[in-house]
Ligand binder design. Sequence first.
Ligand code: NAD
Length: 383
Amino acid sequence: MERRILRWGMVGGDLNAFIGDVHRKACAMNENAVLVCGSFSRRADRNQAVGMHYGLDPERVYPDYETMAAQEAAREDGIDWVSICTPNDSHYPIAKAFLERGIHVYCEKPLTFTVEQAEELKALAEEKGLLFGVNYSHSGNVMVHEARELVRSGAIGELINVNCEYFQEYLVDDIGNQDTEMLQLSSWRKDPEISGGSNCVGDICSHIEHTVSFITGMKLKRVCALLDTYGQPLDLNANILVEFENGCHGVFASSQVCIGHMNGLVVRLFGTKGAIEWVQEEPNTLKLTKKGQPTQILNRGMGYISPAAAGMERLPFGHPEGLYEAFANMYRAFTYAVLKKVNGEELTREDLDFPNVDDGIRGVRFITASLKSSRNGAVWTEV
Ligand SMILES: NC(=O)c1ccc[n+]([C@@H]2O[C@H](COP(=O)([O-])OP(=O)(O)OC[C@H]3O[C@@H](n4cnc5c(N)ncnc54)[C@H](O)[C@@H]3O)[C@@H](O)[C@H]2O)c1
């Protein structure tokens, strides 16, 4: 394939933003694309200072995303894709603006507020023949790919139960307290106008939903959810029973008020022949237990890792890989597909092996169904 350095732009990701910074650094690890433009802040007056910090041509630092989409689409050397790293409320209008201008999109999760918005974006991307990646970043981890390879190979047999958690403690002071908003980073997560209908489920349980479906291929059929708000406008704690289309059952528990936990995503998959456990805070290992045998700890970087997963590794064994590498792997898959598109080449199924707009839609369906279930008294609700 002909290789040229791709050009990309970013919306969101001001100097003090969390995830935009990870996108920029992780994308740079692939050395196949250069950030050429952006609209980094909701505050138009901040953009030039940010652009200067990133070494951008001031002409390509825009006061807002609409101007950026219009002007980049009109340039001969316009961007090949845009990454959307803003809070949840703006994903839909920003993605729509760039798709309408014929620009590929890579967007943060949760994709949109409503299922209808997400489906509209899918229809638009299809109509324009554009790629649409959604940053469910945990599926960029090598050992998550290894878990998928193990499930596909039948190593744990038929899946019979799933038990996952995503526990954080950082909002515990919100319980019974109305004055904490300014104390925490990213307080927009607690604001329904910006975050959407959910905080905890949308922000973190959505990662469980995607990581499980990525590893197992199983899709959710219905949920029975009990969400706790502790007097706040949005949920801070969620206990959700789930049923997949194939009849497998499970539990997704997520919380922002669990003392002792920082970013504790744990995925446990139980099959008829074995079990797998992956812990996000120890991403370089994977627990595999085959029926009747002692538990094995598989390490990234070792010769026994499947070629599909090992092909994603960036460092030799014993040198930890983490969040940046997972994001970089997501970008490697997405940008490879963008480059093929730019070159006018046919894309294969393998080229499209990154979370896409369909995953984004499923995520919004999951959040919507969980909210509805809880509102109705924790009744089973179709996803
Ligand atoms: N995939 C992951 O692992 C992961 C992790 C964290 C956050 N996220 C998602 O990333 C998104 C951003 O989260 P964050 O923690 O970085 O938030 P943040 O508040 O730290 O940063 C958001 C940035 O977007 C900018 N912004 C807001 N509206 C804008 C607009 N209209 N135009 C230009 N810039 C605008 C803000 O000025 C800020 O710089 C959220 O949707 C969140 O769910 C994903």
